[in-house]
Design a protein around this ligand. Structure first.
Ligand SMILES: Cc1cc2nc3c(=O)[nH]c(=O)nc-3n(C[C@H](O)[C@H](O)[C@H](O)COP(=O)(O)O)c2cc1C
Length: 340
């Protein structure tokens, strides 16, 4: 049995293999933030295809926290019903499912929204200049994450991922390039980590201890003066006692910067974070070959791997990967006759 197809248990969540579908915005809802048949088919198909853990796309905890006007939402109790339908269908096909709780901050592009950020600096000339958040704003957003977590629990998700990557609101607090505050939320690394810590703490007030909690980070900002993997590991060590179990390692999009991408370009960041924090780590970035995924796991560079664009191209990647690695996994009964 390959490591890729071995089970993993994190708190009360047992996943059938180490294959993760990372959050990928479908921009397919509308101003309501409700999921529709696109989301339902899209996620259920990956579960049928054999993915172990599906993390649903960035889902906004506040309307002003949307990346676009077509994002999914979890800012209102009425969102629970549609999300619960997706969760139930995905679970029926043997996958586990999480939701990425998100707030876009200064990168909200939905029209006529209140653009907020730790400091009044625009991402680039195509974005608006955000308003510097007051302490009241900070409290409000922390409460919105908590309410979102409670709704995620009601919808039946197995895991929550807090979006602290890609230059969205939480990441804007973490980075010295976007956070120029002089109060207790800015300056040294402990202060910059404070907002994330408060969000995790609030989420954990409603998200049961036995359920796993994950944070997604941009472990490299590819810019002078920005955070690197060791800084993120330090930040994680400052907040993990609030109840973090898993780190989903990504990079970039904090400030406009050129990224040199190649297969596995983010794996070394995951490795550093795993070593320095001792938490479960998910690595990814241009992984497409089963052997490559297997190498990362066997060498204990990460505990799970994510495949984003590859799973968009081929939802049945896990079924084919098992064949390539010589693993005899359970296929959907309906597809058995196509197996040979
Ligand atoms: C269409 C698309 C939408 C994405 N949306 C999100 C998102 O909602 N949240 C997030 O954290 N990352 C998002 N990402 C980044 C992916 O999760 C992943 O980290 C990235 O695609 C690199 O992995 P890959 O090379 O396997 O595709 C998105 C990527 C794509 C291609």
């Amino acid at each position: 049995m390959s490591k890729l197809f071995s089970k993993i248990r994190i708190k009360d969540m047992e996943v059938r293999n180490r294959i993760v579908m990372p959050p990928m915005c479908m921009y397919s809802s509308d101003d309501t933030g409700y999921p529709n048949s696109w989301h339902f088919i899209h996620y259920a198909t990956r579960a049928i295809g054999g993915v172990g853990l599906i993390i649903m796309e960035a889902t906004a905890v506040e309307k002003r926290g949307r990346i676009s006007a077509r994002d999914l939402g979890i800012w209102d109790d009425s969102h629970v019903e549609g999300l619960a339908r997706i969760v139930a269908e995905v679970k029926k096909h043997g996958a586990k499912i999480g939701v990425q709780l998100a707030h876009a901050g200064r990168k909200c592009t939905a029209p006529d929204e209140d653009l907020i950020a730790p400091s009044p600096i625009a991402f680039d000339e195509t974005y608006g200049v955000p308003r510097e958040m007051t302490k009241e704003d900070i409290k409000e957003v922390v409460s919105a994450f908590k309410a979102g977590a409670y709704r995620a629990l009601s919808a039946g998700f197995d895991i929550i991922e807090i979006h602290a990557a890609h230059g969205y609101l939480i990441n804007e607090f973490l980075s010295p390039l976007t956070n120029k505050r002089t109060d207790e939320y800015g300056g040294n690394i402990e202060n910059r980590a404070r907002f994330l810590k408060e969000v995790i703490k609030a989420v954990r007030e409603v998200w049961p201890e036995e359920k796993p909690l994950m944070v997604r980070v941009s472990a490299e900002e590819y810019a002078e003066g920005g955070n690197h993997d060791v800084d993120l590991a330090q930040i994680i060590n400052l907040v993990k006692e609030e109840g973090v179990d898993v780190i989903d390692v990504s990079s970039g999009a904090v400030v406009p910067a050129k990224i040199n991408v190649y297969p596995g370009y983010q794996v070394r960041f995951a490795e550093t974070i795993k070593k320095m924090t001792g938490l479960f780590v998910i690595a990814g970035g241009l992984i497409t070959a089963p052997e490559m995924a297997e190498e990362i796991l066997q060498n204990e560079r990460a505990d799970m791997v994510y495949l984003g664009r590859e799973l968009l191209r081929n939802p049945y990647w896990p079924l084919a990967a098992a064949k390539e690695l010589g693993d005899d996994i359970k296929w959907p009964e309906q597809y058995e006759r196509s197996r040979k």
